[in-house]
Design a binder for this molecule. Structure first.
Ligand code: GTP
Length: 360
């Protein structure tokens, strides 16, 4: 049996301002709640028991995923009264694990989309005899991340806070949010208070002489921390760049869920997804975007790299680029909204209210 813990709680659980009552892991990416992709990938890698460690809006997970049998998994849910941080959340679910003291337990951050070779990480862990093994990703600009340098054998030598100066960028390897813990190591995390794995558990383990092994895997990796990244991730799932067995349908330029209604001359490209019961009017052009369930795109709208929330409406001829339109929001006809704009859930923007281009 291989077990995993999935971390889906904490402070940044909402994808603001897209949703009010849906935690990020339940926001659809490529047509299904994002979490489905992580669960399906874990299952495909041989995991059969997953404990979901949640805190905020926890009540939405169980009604959807139930006992996990639909995905061929045994799923359990543990809810923290107060968020315990990443390490505290791992410790808090220890009693639900069945593994023996030396067995490997997988741990995944719930807001990462990755093509990580999970069995390879477990193999590396078993071969190296490490106490904890970490997936490390290489990024072009590591300034926004904690750095994890390793020696010639892949052994982690330090955990460094976000670099402030160029001299502090000693590596381009970052913690990619997937770990294997030796089961007994989980019991060494303190109970009953918030603990951060990155800031406390890993540095403490290092200084006590534990063996932390890094595995650099340069596969697809995306932190879905922002709505813009979420749109990118959804499109990459549709395009097949981010591999997931849970994409409902064949990968390609577009994904239209069976109950959606798309006008024959509407053009959907670059990984656009149109969710359940959403409608796309005549002549609309949508590229690299996610249109969630029940949304309405009126004729002639032009939408690029944007996220359109559940039940939202985009008026005729409106042009959206890099926009996030919250659930239930209404953007009237003939508006032009550009990168970075966020329309709050249920807000109404009257027709012809905003434009960037010059008058014709
Ligand atoms: P700490 O290491 O605890 O300080 O968290 P962080 O801020 O470094 O973690 P981050 O926000 O990057 O979250 C990583 C993953 O852990 C995400 O999937 C979060 O949903 C999850 N997470 C963060 N904090 C908590 C928590 O308090 N409880 C639970 N269950 N999950 C958490």
């Amino acid at each position: 049996m291989t077990e995993a813990i999935l971390l889906v709680g904490g402070k940044g659980t909402r994808l603001r301002p897209l949703t009010v009552n849906t935690p990020k892991p339940m926001v659809p990416a490529a047509g299904v709640p994002f979490l489905t992709h992580q669960l399906a990938r874990a299952k495909a890698a041989g995991v059969d028991h997953i404990v979901l460690a949640t805190s905020y809006l926890a009540e939405v997970f169980e009604p959807y995923f139930g006992d996990g049998s639909r995905l061929g998994l045994h799923l359990e849910y543990v809810t923290e009264v107060e968020p315990l941080g990443t390490g505290g959340a791992i410790r808090n679910v220890a009693a639900h694990l069945h593994s023996g003291p030396d067995d490997p337990v997988l741990i995944f951050n719930g807001d990462i989309l990755t093509g990580l070779d999970i069995p390879a990480l477990v193999d590396e862990h078993n071969t190296s005899g490490a106490d904890v093994s970490l997936h490390l990703s290489r990024v072009e600009d590591p300034r926004a991340y904690g750095l994890v340098p390793t020696d010639g054998t892949g052994r982690v030598t330090a955990f460094l806070e976000k670099p402030q100066t160029p001299e502090e960028i000693v590596t381009d390897q970052i913690n990619a949010g997937a770990y294997v813990f030796r089961r007994s190591v989980i019991d060494t995390i303190p109970t009953g208070r918030p603990v951060s794995v990155e800031r406390e558990t890993f540095p403490d383990l290092l200084s006590s002489g534990a063996h932390l092994q890094g595995m650099v895997d340069s596969t697809y990796w995306l932190d879905l921390g922002t709505p813009q990244a979420f749109v990118r991730g959804s499109a990459d799932l549709v395009l097949g760049r981010a591999p997931s067995p849970a994409v409902p349908g064949r990968c390609g330029d577009r994904l239209v869920l069976p109950t959606a209604d798309v006008a024959p001359d509407a053009k959907l490209t670059a990984g656009t997804v149109v969710g359940e019961n959403a409608r796309v009017g005549a002549g609309a052009r949508i590229s690299g975007s996610a249109v969630l369930a029940d949304a309405v795109i009126e004729p002639g709208a032009v939408i690029t790299d944007s996220l359109i929330g559940r039940g939202a409406r985009v008026g005729a001829r409106t042009v959206l680029t890099g926009a996030v339109i919250g659930d239930g929001a209404q953007v009237g006809a003939d508006n032009e909204l550009q990168t970075g704009v966020r329309i709050w859930c249920d807000a109404h923007l009257p027709p012809s209210s905003v434009r960037f281009s010059s008058d014709q």
